[in-house]
Ligand binder design. Structure first.
Ligand code: GLA
Length: 687
């Protein structure tokens, strides 16, 4: 019996589809070379879990599918009907598995895809083939990881400090990250990683899972006494949320699995490859007025801001919260998506026209899913609020959630968005979502599933009507960052914190999942509005430059010198943009925790940043071993951008030097002696 093998970019997945049950995953990890024949299976790990682990397969861990048919329960034991494979060795492929259990009255279709970059995605669909209702309580996608994956890494966080890593040993039991916030969450893990002990960015073997879903979701790692470990993820369903009538189906979101034999960087590169398969136009440097003016929408001030922005080289102007009816503060107006006639007597046209005249694109903020009880919309349609009308959910930021699964609420939002995008020829929407969803009830059952599906449909329809429109996913900063929303948006607002020191970490870890060109990163005010920390412009800019760069600072209050310096950084970003937004992201396992070294690498060019974050313990800084270069190639190395503190610079920084990749990668360059909150950018070009 020959197994099914998917392989691409050094990764492989092996399925044993000899039945009678579901195919078993015999291997997910390193490529196996030419050994594709029948001799392979006996050599691979056993026991191996089936695609949906269940007790009928001697699996006593968490079941892949859990569900109830009241009073008529049959434990599910699948009979394999078909396993259709379309695969090309080395280029990935697709496996579609069809199975059923006549007694349980269920049918299953599982899809497994390995793309050309070796990233695996999987989803299951279960159909109720019987007359009585079947309540789906959980359906997850899981893949096994070998016993040597002894360590787990996942992420937590809060508003303005997203993606804080946490590590632990991977022992027996379940480590489960569960989300019931109705949005991906500031504390949403994004990725759950298992790896060999001490794995880093460049070393160790790692496996990781990500659920592409913006509603309730779960990621877990489980190790059972039989010696089997797996990573799993899926939608987190509340009791009664999905009840299938006869002939109805439930399909999981796509769940993504990545493997690397060389640390987190390679696992991350496969993920980036997936998002980069949908290419984007050049990412315009953006100004967002939120931290510059907040709710003060005086036209003169905004026009001056636009002038200053254009002079600094900014290419897109985004008008944030405060432009619509009744929105003079955050306690009223959400839902009233009409330009406020009192504040904007001529509509947004005077601003939009100036912005366009200055050669910039124009974007606008919305928070479509939300409503303030103090709004015309809530007064006219109190029944559109998600929850029980008799007892409102607890408010957050003075707001409630609109029930988008109600056709009238959906239609209202689509009409408003469509009209405004058309009227102002909007290039861009910042689509916000500023609260957790509490006590959601739609049609008498928990409502987050229906809400999430409706939001996706709304985004899809708006994009269909306006194909050139770009959309940013914001949720009080980075609380809605996942591959479900990213399939229909173009970038994320990484965090409400523009504090460059915090941003170094937030961007590094969010960046495992999201490539730099989709990570909104702005130069904030000299004194950060969230942390109150003052940081030099050079450090703020060198941090923002490594994402989709923007500015969120009141440029009307900046001095001429500052504006000129900002302009220099923006020009540098534009010059480096072809590398920054297309290259492979690399992060060094730098030995000194007070500093970080990361970069973006194309075959011909690379850009690195060495950032001193806090005070060094060692007097002499550790050398900079530049990851990702070709050891056999010769490179010219020079400092990019305004160099910090000339006195702390090593000799090589004075003029371009030529060195082989082996020296740059292995021995490393002597590091500059930098103060905290200082960065040195290094540009490398193959000669
Ligand atoms: C959220 C966003 C901010 C800003 C405000 C406006 O907090 O994350 O960037 O848009 O809403 O109210």
């Amino acid at each position: 019996m020959s197994p099914v093998i998917l392989s691409a970019a050094g990764a492989a997945l092996v399925l044993d589809d000899s039945g009678p049950g579901l195919p078993r995953v015999r291997h997910f990890g390193a490529g196996l070379g030419p050994v594709a024949g029948p001799g392979l299976l006996p050599a691979l790990a056993s026991p191996a879990p089936p695609l949906l682990p269940a007790q009928g397969d001697s699996w006593y861990g968490r079941p892949g599918l859990s569900g109830v048919r009241d009073g008529e329960q049959w434990p599910v034991r699948w009979t394999l009907e078909r396993c259709d494979v379309a695969a090309e060795p080395g280029s990935g492929g697709t496996v579609t598995v069809t199975a059923s259990d006549a007694r349980a009255g269920l049918e299953l279709v599982s899809e497994l895809v390995m793309d050309g970059g070796g990233l695996v995605r999987m989803r299951h669909q279960v159909r109720n083939a019987a007359a009585s209702p079947y309540r789906v309580e959980g359906l997850v996608c899981a893949l096994p990881v070998p016993a040597r994956a002894g360590e787990l890494l996942d992420f937590t966080g809060r508003w303005a400090l997203e993606k804080v890593p946490q590590r632990r040993a991977f022992g027996h039991g379940v480590w489960s990250r569960e989300n019931r916030r109705g949005r991906t969450g500031h504390d949403g893990t994004g990725l759950l990683v298992a790896g060999t002990e001490g794995f880093g960015f460049r070393t160790g073997e790692v496996w990781a899972v990500h659920a592409g879903w913006s509603g309730g979701h779960v990621h877990y790692a489980e190790r059972i006494a039989e010696g089997v470990s797996l990573l799993a993820a899926g939608e987190l369903l509340e009791p009664g949320e999905v009840v299938l009538g006869e002939g109805e189906s439930y399909r999981t979101p796509w769940v993504y699995f990545t493997w690397s034999g060389g640390g987190l960087d390679d696992a991350s590169a496969r993920l980036h490859g997936h998002l980069r398969a949908r290419s984007l136009p050049v990412r315009p440097v953006t100004l967002n007025n939120w931290e510059a003016t907040y709710f003060d929408h005086g036209l003169d001030r905004l026009l001056e801001l636009a002038d200053k922005a254009a002079a600094a080289g900014i290419e897109r102007f985004v008008l944030d919260d405060g432009w619509f009816r009744h929105r003079r503060h955050d306690r009223a107006g959400l839902g009233d998506w009409y330009v406020d006639e009192g504040v904007w007597p001529d509509g947004l046209h005077p601003l939009a026209d100036r912005v366009r005249k200055l050669g910039m694109q124009f974007g606008l903020w919305f928070e479509p899913e939300m409503v303030n009880p103090d709004s015309d919309l809530a007064r006219e349609h109190p029944d559109w609020i998600l929850g029980r009308a008799e007892r409102m959910p607890p408010p957050q930021r003075h707001q409630q959630v609109l029930d988008l699964a109600r056709p009238e609420a959906y239609a209202y939002l689509l009409e408003r968005l469509d009209t405004l995008v058309g009227e102002y020829a909007l290039d861009y929407i910042k689509w916000d979502h500023n609260r957790d969803i509490a006590e959601p009830v739609h049609g008498g059952v928990p409502g987050v599933h229906a809400q999430t599906v409706a939001v996706y449909r709304l985004l899809d329809e708006l994009r269909r009507r306006h194909p050139a429109l770009e959309i940013e996913s914001c949720s009080s900063g980075g609380a809605r960052i996942d591959y479900g929303i990213l399939a229909r948006t173009d970038r994320v607002w990484t965090s409400d914190s523009n504090d460059a020191l915090d941003r170094q970490a937030i961007q590094r870890w969010t960046g495992l999942l999201v490539p730099p060109e989709r990570l909104g990163s702005h130069v904030g005010a000299p004194r950060d509005h969230v942390t109150g920390r003052s940081l030099p412009l050079a450090f703020r800019a060198a941090t923002a430059l490594f994402g989709h760069m923007g500015v969120e600072w009141d440029l009307t209050s900046a001095g001429q010198e500052e504006l000129e310096e900002l302009g220099t950084w923006i020009a540098l970003h534009k010059r480096l943009r072809p590398v920054l937004h297309a290259g492979r992201v690399v992060r060094a396992d730098h030995p000194d925790p007070s500093a970080s070294l990361h970069g973006v690498v194309l075959p011909e060019r690379a850009v690195y940043a060495f950032a001193q974050l806090t005070s060094r313990v060692d007097i002499a800084p550790a050398p900079l071993r530049l990851p990702g270069l070709d050891p056999a190639a010769l490179y010219e190395v020079r400092v990019a951008g305004p160099a910090p503190e000339r006195s702390g610079m090593p000799e090589w920084a004075a003029a371009p030097v030529r060195l082989p990749g082996s020296v740059l990668g292995e021995l490393g360059l002597p590091a500059p002696v930098l103060r905290p909150a200082t960065a040195l950018l290094i540009e490398v070009e193959r000669v």
